[in-house]
Design a protein around this ligand. Structure first.
Ligand code: KG4
Ligand code: ZN
Length: 329
C-alpha cells in the first residue's frame, strides 16, 4: 500500500510517496522563499497561487522518479491545518480531486502532529513515550506523547514563536527571509560577543515560553546602534544563544519532572545546528531530531503521519473506503 503525502500549509509545496513499511520511496519540496523574501514574510495570496502552479508538475516528477502512476497510489494524505487558509484549500482541492478521479481514499493530517512524528521517518527505533518540543514559524509547543500517541500539551508560547522571533529580528537586521538560517550563518562569523540578551521565562516554573520581549529588547538595541557587519554577527550569535538556551532549559525541565528521557525536537527551527549540538551535550536526556531535510515543511512527514494513522487501530475501526460517487450531469 503506497501513500501519497501532500503538504501546502504555508510556503513549501511538498509531495512524497511512502510504502506499506513506512519507507519513503521519494519526496520533493519546492520552496517559495525567493517569492516572499522581498516582503520579509509570507504573502498568503502569492503562496496559494504558487502551490496551484507547482502541484501537477511536481507530482509528475515524483511519479516518474518513483516509476509509478496514480494507479500505484492507494491512499492520499494531505495537510488539513493549521496553516494559511488559501494554501491549505489548494492542497485539499488537489487531494480530493486526485482521490475522486482515481478512486483513492483521502485522509486528513494535522500539520503539527506530522512535525512531531517526523524523526520516526528515519529513526525506526524511536517510539513514544517522549517529550516533544515543536518549534516552527507558527508554533512553540512543549508536550508529552504517551504510548498510544496521545499528545498532552504542557506549555506553549504566550506570544511570538521561536521561529517568528528569528524571522522578525532577521528582518530588522536586513538579513532576509526566512530569518533562522540567516541568523545562524551570521552567528558563526561572530568572534567577540559583546551583547547579553535575556533568556525569557526561564525561571517561570511552568512550561510556557515568551519571545516577544526578547524580540523587542533586541530591536531596541539595534535602534541605538550604527549597525555594522560586526554588530550583526554578534547580535545574531546572542539571539541564537538566547533562543536555544530557553528552549533547552524548558525541555530538560519537562523531561526531568515527568521522568521521560527522550526528547523529540521538530519543526523548522529544529534545523538549527546550535540547537542540535547543545541538546546532544545534555547527558540526562536523549535528543532526537528529524533528518534536516524533514525539519522544515515537507510532504514526507504528511505521508508518514498518514501511514501512522492508517495503521492505528482507532483509525481502522472507523474507516471504510467509500466508492467513487457517480456524477450525474
Ligand atoms: O516548520 P516550518 O518550516 O514552517 C512552519 O510550519 O511554520 O518552520 C519555519 C521556521 C521559520 O521561522 C524559519 O526561520 C525557521 O523555521 N528555521 C530556522 C532554521 N531553519 C528554518 N530557525 C533557526 N535555524 C535554522 N537553521
Ligand atoms: Zn511546519
Amino acid at each position: 500500500m503506497n501513500t501519497l503525502g501532500i503538504e501546502s500549509s504555508c510556503d513549501d509545496t511538498g509531495l512524497a510517496i511512502i510504502n506499506s513499511d513506512g519507507q519513503i520511496i521519494n519526496h520533493i519540496t519546492s520552496s517559495q522563499h525567493e517569492i516572499h523574501a522581498k516582503y520579509g514574510g509570507i504573502v498568503p495570496e502569492l503562496a496559494s497561487r504558487d502551490h496551484v502552479k507547482k502541484f501537477i508538475p511536481l507530482l509528475q516528477v515524483l511519479l516518474e522518479k518513483s516509476a509509478m502512476t496514480m494507479d500505484d497510489i492507494n491512499m492520499i494524505a494531505f495537510t488539513n491545518g493549521p496553516g494559511l487558509l488559501g494554501p491549505l484549500l489548494a492542497g485539499a482541492s488537489l487531494a480530493k480531486t486526485l482521490g475522486w478521479s482515481n478512486n483513492i481514499p483521502t485522509i486528513e493530517v494535522n500539520h503539527l502532529e506530522a512535525h512531531i512524528y517526523s524523526p520516526m521517518i528515519t529513526e525506526k527505533n524511536l517510539k513514544p513515550p517522549f517529550i516533544s518540543l515543536l518549534v516552527s514559524g507558527g508554533h512553540t509547543i512543549l508536550s508529552s506523547v504517551d504510548d498510544n500517541f496521545h499528545i498532552t500539551t504542557l506549555g506553549s508560547t504566550l506570544d511570538d514563536s521561536a521561529g517568528e522571533c528569528f524571522d522578525k529580528i532577521a528582518r530588522k537586521l536586513n538579513l532576509g527571509y526566512p530569518g533562522g538560517p540567516e541568523i545562524s550563518k551570521r552567528s558563526e562569523l561572530s568572534n567577540n560577543n559583546k551583547f547579553i540578551f535575556p533568556r525569557p521565562m526561564i525561571k517561570s516554573n511552568d512550561y510556557n515560553f515568551s519571545f516577544s520581549g526578547l524580540k523587542t529588547h533586541v530591536i531596541n538595541t539595534i535602534h541605538k546602534l550604527e549597525l555594522t557587519d560586526e554588530h550583526i554577527n554578534n547580535i545574531s550569535y546572542e539571539v541564537q544563544s538566547a533562543i536555544v538556551d530557553t528552549l533547552i532549559s524548558k525541555s530538560v525541565e519537562a523531561s526531568k519532572n515527568l521522568d521521560i528521557k527522550n526528547i523529540v525536537i521538530t519543526g523548522g527551527v529544529s534545523a538549527n545546528q546550535k540547537l542540535r549540538k547543545d541538546f546532544s551535550c545534555i547527558k540526562k536526556c536523549k535528543a532526537y531530531f528529524p533528518d534536516v531535510k524533514f525539519s522544515t515543511d515537507n510532504g514526507a512527514m504528511i505521508a508518514y503521519a498518514g501511514f501512522l494513522k492508517t495503521n492505528s487501530s482507532d483509525f481502522k475501526k472507523n474507516f471504510t473506503i467509500k466508492p467513487k460517487p457517480s456524477l450525474t450531469l
